[in-house]
Design a protein around this ligand. Structure first.
Ligand SMILES: N[C@@H](CCC(=O)N[C@@H](CS)C(=O)NCC(=O)O)C(=O)O
Length: 257
Protein backbone atom coordinates (compact mmCIF):
# COMPACT_ATOMS: atom_id res chain seq x y z
CA UNK A 1 0.00 0.00 0.00
CA UNK A 2 1.31 3.43 -0.93
CA UNK A 3 0.82 5.96 1.83
CA UNK A 4 1.19 9.65 1.00
CA UNK A 5 3.39 11.88 3.18
CA UNK A 6 0.29 13.85 4.20
CA UNK A 7 -1.55 10.65 5.20
CA UNK A 8 1.49 9.42 7.14
CA UNK A 9 1.77 12.73 8.95
CA UNK A 10 -1.95 12.64 9.77
CA UNK A 11 -1.47 9.14 11.19
CA UNK A 12 1.56 10.25 13.23
CA UNK A 13 -0.37 13.24 14.52
CA UNK A 14 -3.31 11.08 15.61
CA UNK A 15 -0.89 8.65 17.28
CA UNK A 16 0.55 11.61 19.20
CA UNK A 17 -2.88 12.92 20.18
CA UNK A 18 -4.16 9.70 21.77
CA UNK A 19 -1.93 9.62 24.86
CA UNK A 20 -2.42 13.35 25.43
CA UNK A 21 -6.21 12.93 25.48
CA UNK A 22 -5.90 9.93 27.80
CA UNK A 23 -3.60 11.95 30.07
CA UNK A 24 -5.91 14.98 30.11
CA UNK A 25 -8.79 12.72 31.14
CA UNK A 26 -6.81 11.22 34.01
CA UNK A 27 -8.42 12.26 37.31
CA UNK A 28 -5.19 13.19 39.07
CA UNK A 29 -2.25 15.26 37.90
CA UNK A 30 1.25 13.82 38.35
CA UNK A 31 1.79 15.94 41.45
CA UNK A 32 -1.50 15.09 43.26
CA UNK A 33 -1.49 12.43 45.97
CA UNK A 34 -4.12 9.74 45.41
CA UNK A 35 -5.93 8.25 48.45
CA UNK A 36 -4.26 4.95 49.31
CA UNK A 37 -6.33 1.76 49.50
CA UNK A 38 -5.36 -0.92 52.02
CA UNK A 39 -1.79 -2.02 51.37
CA UNK A 40 -0.41 -5.40 52.52
CA UNK A 41 3.25 -6.38 52.32
CA UNK A 42 4.09 -10.10 52.11
CA UNK A 43 7.45 -10.38 53.73
CA UNK A 44 10.47 -12.58 54.47
CA UNK A 45 12.73 -11.46 57.33
CA UNK A 46 15.96 -9.86 56.15
CA UNK A 47 14.97 -9.97 52.48
CA UNK A 48 14.00 -7.42 49.83
CA UNK A 49 10.50 -6.89 51.26
CA UNK A 50 12.19 -4.84 53.99
CA UNK A 51 12.50 -2.10 51.39
CA UNK A 52 8.75 -1.61 51.19
CA UNK A 53 8.31 -1.70 54.99
CA UNK A 54 11.11 0.86 55.34
CA UNK A 55 9.58 3.09 52.62
CA UNK A 56 6.21 3.08 54.41
CA UNK A 57 7.92 3.93 57.70
CA UNK A 58 9.84 6.80 56.07
CA UNK A 59 6.62 8.14 54.51
CA UNK A 60 4.47 7.54 57.60
CA UNK A 61 1.92 5.61 55.53
CA UNK A 62 -0.15 2.71 56.98
CA UNK A 63 0.47 -0.88 55.91
CA UNK A 64 -0.28 -4.46 56.92
CA UNK A 65 2.65 -6.85 57.24
CA UNK A 66 2.22 -10.58 56.56
CA UNK A 67 4.88 -13.08 57.58
CA UNK A 68 5.49 -15.89 60.04
CA UNK A 69 8.11 -14.81 62.54
CA UNK A 70 11.24 -16.99 62.43
CA UNK A 71 9.99 -19.23 59.61
CA UNK A 72 10.94 -18.28 56.07
CA UNK A 73 9.20 -21.33 54.56
CA UNK A 74 5.92 -20.56 56.32
CA UNK A 75 6.21 -16.91 55.24
CA UNK A 76 6.77 -18.06 51.65
CA UNK A 77 3.69 -20.31 51.93
CA UNK A 78 1.66 -17.17 52.72
CA UNK A 79 2.93 -15.59 49.51
CA UNK A 80 2.05 -18.73 47.53
CA UNK A 81 -1.44 -18.81 49.04
CA UNK A 82 -2.20 -15.62 47.09
CA UNK A 83 -2.13 -17.77 43.95
CA UNK A 84 -0.06 -15.24 42.03
CA UNK A 85 1.89 -16.66 39.10
CA UNK A 86 5.21 -15.24 40.38
CA UNK A 87 5.65 -16.03 44.09
CA UNK A 88 8.42 -13.59 45.01
CA UNK A 89 9.14 -11.34 47.93
CA UNK A 90 8.14 -8.61 48.15
CA UNK A 91 4.63 -9.28 46.97
CA UNK A 92 2.39 -6.33 47.77
CA UNK A 93 -1.38 -6.17 47.54
CA UNK A 94 -2.67 -2.65 46.90
CA UNK A 95 -6.45 -2.60 46.91
CA UNK A 96 -7.33 -5.54 44.67
CA UNK A 97 -4.06 -5.55 42.70
CA UNK A 98 -1.14 -7.91 43.41
CA UNK A 99 2.31 -6.55 42.54
CA UNK A 100 5.84 -7.96 42.56
CA UNK A 101 9.23 -6.27 41.86
CA UNK A 102 10.38 -4.00 44.67
CA UNK A 103 11.53 -1.07 42.51
CA UNK A 104 8.21 -0.87 40.68
CA UNK A 105 6.29 -1.22 43.96
CA UNK A 106 8.29 1.62 45.52
CA UNK A 107 7.82 3.91 42.53
CA UNK A 108 4.07 3.15 42.45
CA UNK A 109 3.70 4.03 46.13
CA UNK A 110 5.80 7.19 45.82
CA UNK A 111 4.19 8.48 42.64
CA UNK A 112 0.61 7.76 43.68
CA UNK A 113 0.49 8.25 47.42
CA UNK A 114 3.44 10.51 48.24
CA UNK A 115 4.37 12.51 45.13
CA UNK A 116 7.52 14.58 45.55
CA UNK A 117 8.57 12.75 48.74
CA UNK A 118 11.87 10.85 49.04
CA UNK A 119 12.85 11.95 45.53
CA UNK A 120 14.90 14.91 44.27
CA UNK A 121 13.09 17.70 42.38
CA UNK A 122 12.23 16.47 38.89
CA UNK A 123 14.09 19.33 37.22
CA UNK A 124 17.33 18.66 39.12
CA UNK A 125 20.17 16.48 37.83
CA UNK A 126 19.81 14.43 40.99
CA UNK A 127 16.37 13.21 39.91
CA UNK A 128 17.90 11.27 37.03
CA UNK A 129 20.75 10.04 39.24
CA UNK A 130 18.33 8.83 41.92
CA UNK A 131 16.34 6.91 39.28
CA UNK A 132 19.56 5.49 37.90
CA UNK A 133 20.54 4.12 41.34
CA UNK A 134 17.00 2.84 41.98
CA UNK A 135 17.30 0.68 38.88
CA UNK A 136 21.02 -0.06 39.23
CA UNK A 137 20.26 -1.67 42.61
CA UNK A 138 18.43 -4.64 41.07
CA UNK A 139 19.31 -4.42 37.37
CA UNK A 140 23.10 -4.38 37.76
CA UNK A 141 24.21 -4.54 41.40
CA UNK A 142 22.07 -7.41 42.76
CA UNK A 143 22.24 -9.19 39.38
CA UNK A 144 26.08 -9.24 39.33
CA UNK A 145 26.36 -10.08 43.04
CA UNK A 146 24.08 -13.12 42.85
CA UNK A 147 25.57 -14.28 39.57
CA UNK A 148 29.08 -14.16 41.11
CA UNK A 149 27.78 -15.75 44.32
CA UNK A 150 26.38 -18.77 42.48
CA UNK A 151 29.50 -19.17 40.31
CA UNK A 152 32.01 -18.66 43.13
CA UNK A 153 30.21 -21.09 45.47
CA UNK A 154 30.42 -23.81 42.83
CA UNK A 155 33.88 -22.99 41.48
CA UNK A 156 36.08 -20.81 43.70
CA UNK A 157 37.58 -18.17 41.37
CA UNK A 158 41.31 -17.76 40.73
CA UNK A 159 41.23 -14.98 38.14
CA UNK A 160 39.17 -11.84 37.75
CA UNK A 161 36.38 -11.99 35.16
CA UNK A 162 36.74 -9.78 32.09
CA UNK A 163 33.09 -8.81 32.55
CA UNK A 164 31.77 -6.31 35.08
CA UNK A 165 31.86 -8.21 38.38
CA UNK A 166 30.85 -7.70 42.01
CA UNK A 167 33.84 -5.53 42.81
CA UNK A 168 33.22 -3.26 39.82
CA UNK A 169 29.55 -2.61 40.66
CA UNK A 170 30.32 -1.99 44.34
CA UNK A 171 33.24 0.27 43.37
CA UNK A 172 30.92 2.36 41.18
CA UNK A 173 28.62 2.80 44.20
CA UNK A 174 31.60 3.68 46.43
CA UNK A 175 32.80 6.31 43.96
CA UNK A 176 29.39 8.03 43.85
CA UNK A 177 29.34 8.20 47.64
CA UNK A 178 32.79 9.83 47.58
CA UNK A 179 31.10 12.86 45.98
CA UNK A 180 27.54 12.63 47.33
CA UNK A 181 26.15 11.86 50.79
CA UNK A 182 23.24 9.79 49.40
CA UNK A 183 22.40 7.85 46.24
CA UNK A 184 20.05 10.65 45.18
CA UNK A 185 22.62 13.41 45.77
CA UNK A 186 22.31 15.78 48.75
CA UNK A 187 19.16 14.23 50.31
CA UNK A 188 18.13 10.73 51.40
CA UNK A 189 15.78 9.21 48.79
CA UNK A 190 14.13 5.95 47.76
CA UNK A 191 17.34 5.14 45.85
CA UNK A 192 19.02 4.63 49.24
CA UNK A 193 16.22 2.26 50.21
CA UNK A 194 16.82 0.22 47.05
CA UNK A 195 20.63 0.17 47.46
CA UNK A 196 20.85 -1.05 51.09
CA UNK A 197 19.87 -4.69 50.45
CA UNK A 198 22.42 -5.43 47.69
CA UNK A 199 25.21 -3.53 49.45
CA UNK A 200 24.54 -5.65 52.56
CA UNK A 201 24.62 -8.77 50.36
CA UNK A 202 27.97 -7.67 48.88
CA UNK A 203 29.70 -7.62 52.25
CA UNK A 204 27.53 -10.17 54.09
CA UNK A 205 28.29 -12.87 51.51
CA UNK A 206 31.98 -11.84 51.38
CA UNK A 207 31.73 -10.97 47.68
CA UNK A 208 33.84 -7.86 48.29
CA UNK A 209 36.23 -6.82 51.04
CA UNK A 210 34.21 -4.52 53.31
CA UNK A 211 37.35 -2.64 54.43
CA UNK A 212 38.01 -1.40 50.90
CA UNK A 213 34.73 0.53 50.72
CA UNK A 214 34.77 3.12 53.53
CA UNK A 215 32.18 5.43 51.95
CA UNK A 216 29.67 2.60 51.76
CA UNK A 217 30.44 1.63 55.37
CA UNK A 218 29.84 5.23 56.52
CA UNK A 219 26.61 5.44 54.48
CA UNK A 220 25.33 2.22 56.12
CA UNK A 221 26.03 3.72 59.55
CA UNK A 222 23.93 6.79 58.67
CA UNK A 223 21.12 4.52 57.48
CA UNK A 224 21.20 2.43 60.66
CA UNK A 225 20.75 5.62 62.67
CA UNK A 226 17.54 6.61 60.84
CA UNK A 227 14.43 6.29 63.06
CA UNK A 228 12.36 4.86 60.18
CA UNK A 229 15.03 2.21 59.52
CA UNK A 230 14.97 1.26 63.21
CA UNK A 231 11.16 1.02 63.09
CA UNK A 232 11.44 -1.20 60.02
CA UNK A 233 13.89 -3.49 61.86
CA UNK A 234 11.57 -3.73 64.87
CA UNK A 235 8.57 -4.63 62.70
CA UNK A 236 10.19 -6.73 59.99
CA UNK A 237 13.34 -8.27 61.51
CA UNK A 238 12.58 -8.55 65.25
CA UNK A 239 15.00 -11.48 65.80
CA UNK A 240 17.81 -10.27 63.53
CA UNK A 241 18.81 -12.05 60.33
CA UNK A 242 17.56 -15.60 59.94
CA UNK A 243 18.33 -18.25 57.32
CA UNK A 244 21.54 -16.61 56.15
CA UNK A 245 23.16 -17.88 52.96
CA UNK A 246 26.74 -19.11 53.56
CA UNK A 247 29.37 -16.56 52.48
CA UNK A 248 31.87 -17.38 49.71
CA UNK A 249 35.25 -18.57 50.98
CA UNK A 250 37.26 -17.28 48.04
CA UNK A 251 37.17 -14.17 45.87
CA UNK A 252 39.13 -13.51 42.68
CA UNK A 253 42.23 -11.29 43.07
CA UNK A 254 41.10 -7.72 43.60
CA UNK A 255 41.92 -4.85 41.26
CA UNK A 256 42.19 -2.65 44.35
CA UNK A 257 45.31 -2.32 46.44
N1 LIG B 1 14.04 -8.14 41.53
C1 LIG B 1 13.10 -8.65 42.51
C2 LIG B 1 13.76 -9.82 43.23
C3 LIG B 1 12.81 -10.52 44.18
C4 LIG B 1 13.45 -11.74 44.83
O1 LIG B 1 14.22 -12.50 44.21
N2 LIG B 1 13.15 -11.93 46.12
C5 LIG B 1 13.66 -13.07 46.84
C6 LIG B 1 13.78 -12.73 48.32
S1 LIG B 1 14.93 -11.41 48.62
C7 LIG B 1 12.69 -14.21 46.71
O2 LIG B 1 11.52 -14.00 46.44
N3 LIG B 1 13.16 -15.41 46.93
C8 LIG B 1 12.35 -16.57 46.93
C9 LIG B 1 12.51 -17.40 45.69
O3 LIG B 1 13.27 -16.99 44.78
O4 LIG B 1 11.89 -18.46 45.62
C10 LIG B 1 12.71 -7.52 43.46
O5 LIG B 1 13.49 -6.57 43.61
O6 LIG B 1 11.62 -7.55 44.05
Amino acid sequence: MVRTIAASMALMASALVVPQVAHAESKAEATDAIPMPELTIYHLEGRRSERVVWLMEELGLPYKLEYVRGDLFASMAKVRSLGHEMPMVPTVVIGDQILVESGAIIQTIQNRYAPGKLAPARDSKFYAEHLMWMHFAEGSLAARLFSDYRAWRTTPPTVRSRFVDSEAVVQYSENYLAKNPWFGGPEFSSADIMMMFPLNVATGLNLVDEKKFPNIAAWKEKIRARPAYKRMLAAARPDGMIGNLPPVSQRPPSERK
